[in-house]
Design a protein around this ligand. Structure first.
Ligand SMILES: [Zn+2]
Length: 68
């Protein structure tokens, strides 16, 4: 099965989209929007910014290992 390592993050503040590489074995809790500078954090219940704001979930979730 293919693991997607790049995600398109949509900023909830400005709506700007940006491509970001995801780490394969760790979760990323912060992401600075390159458009407006907002610091994105995961929504409650989500493990990382990619699961909350990206178009694909993070690699550990894709592997159905659950996250961190
Ligand atoms: Zn933004």
């Amino acid at each position: 099965m293919n693991i997607v390592l790049e995600s398109t993050i949509t900023c909830p503040e400005c709506g700007g989209k940006s491509r970001a590489k995801m780490p394969t074995d760790a979760c990323q809790w912060f992401y600075d929007c390159p458009h407006c500078g907002a610091r994105l954090r995961p929504k409650p219940g989500d493990c990382c910014v990619f699961c909350s704001w990206g178009d694909v979930p993070c690699p550990p979730v894709q592997k159905q290992r659950g996250c961190c």
